[in-house]
Design a protein around this ligand. Structure first.
Ligand SMILES: CCCCC/C=C\C/C=C\C/C=C\C/C=C\CCCC(=O)SCCNC(=O)CCNC(=O)[C@H](O)C(C)(C)COP(=O)(O)OP(=O)(O)OC[C@H]1O[C@@H](n2cnc3c(N)ncnc32)[C@H](O)[C@@H]1OP(=O)(O)O
Length: 232
């Protein structure tokens, strides 16, 4: 369905799409390995922000980190990005994505759920997402909303690149558990309009609206894009 990196068919060239057929057993295995590894690295990132240990312990940790990095680099992907990897049945892996990537420790991660109306995720934004003291960084919240609105549009069958994202920060968002939610409001040709919010137990803290535009390279392959399968 989707060719190797660079070839989108119809003379369209785009980076980042790889056809990589995995058997169900291989996919399950790689999923478990990825989830365990990224969970460990997320704990490491959090510990790095919050440690108050002595210099010798930091030096010891750095030696271990250097060894771990070398072990992971024994073999690496052929490309400088994970990209979006497709099975021929249309299932996809966005494992490098900054917000949802299961191979990306930068991602909180957001685990997205969908129903007929909306897309949502409930997750934790901890110490590594701090902006003002004790509060979530506004750019991180924009990133969260970009993802949940974009995914809502995509899941509703009208995907696009973010053209314009408008954010209104109504109240500060304390570090900790949050819920992000988005919905597709309407579609006008190649433009999808989505709205959404971030909330905590105390209510909505941020609202957003976004315009997502099916880019030129994708318009040629419209049929493919609108029938793409689910995420793994
Ligand atoms: C199987 C493959 C699937 C591929 C699907 C394609 C895309 C899907 C991508 C992701 C979806 C997946 C999951 C969603 C998850 C996460 C969300 C995160 C998404 C991102 O993180 S994404 C990165 C940040 N994003 C960019 O990196 C965009 C850079 N930019 C461009 O790629 C172009 O700039 C583009 C495509 C925006 C427009 O380019 P273009 O050539 O298609 O535009 P063109 O001139 O033809 O205008 C056509 C009509 O859009 C209006 N228009 C143009 N630009 C506008 C704008 N900025 N705002 C509002 N309206 C705009 C015009 O006014 C005209 O409107 P009208 O027809 O009414 O006159």
């Amino acid at each position: 369905m989707v060719a190797a990196d660079g070839d989108r068919g119809a003379g369209v060239t785009v980076r980042g799409y790889f056809n990589e057929d995995l058997s169900p057993a291989e996919l399950e295995h790689r999923t478990r390995v990825a989830d365990d590894l990224t969970a460990d690295v997320r704990r490491l990132v959090s510990a790095t922000v919050l440690t108050d240990t002595d210099d010798d312990s930091v030096a010891e940790a750095r030696r271990h980190i250097a060894a771990a990095t070398a072990a992971l680099q024994r073999r690496t992907l052929d490309s400088d990005h994970f990209g979006i990897r497709y099975n021929s049945d249309g299932s996809r892996r966005h494992w490098g994505n900054a917000m949802v990537g299961r191979r990306n420790p930068i991602a909180p991660p957001m685990v997205l759920h969908h129903d007929a109306e909306r897309t949502w995720a409930e997750f934790e934004l901890g110490a590594q997402y701090e902006g003002p003291g004790g509060l979530v960084h506004g750019g991180v919240l924009a990133c969260v909303l970009d993802q949940v609105l974009g995914s809502a549009a995509e899941h509703a069958g009208a995907p696009g690149m973010t053209g314009t994202l408008t954010i209104r920060y109504r109240r500060a968002t304390p570090l900790g558990p949050v819920r992000a939610e988005g919905r597709l409001d309407r579609v006008e040709g190649i433009k999808s309009y989505a709205t959404g919010s971030v909330s905590t137990a105390d209510g909505v803290t941020v609202e957003a609206e976004g315009v997502f535009i099916l880019p030129r390279w994708a318009r040629a392959a419209d049929g493919d894009i609108r029938t793409a399968g689910g995420d793994a």
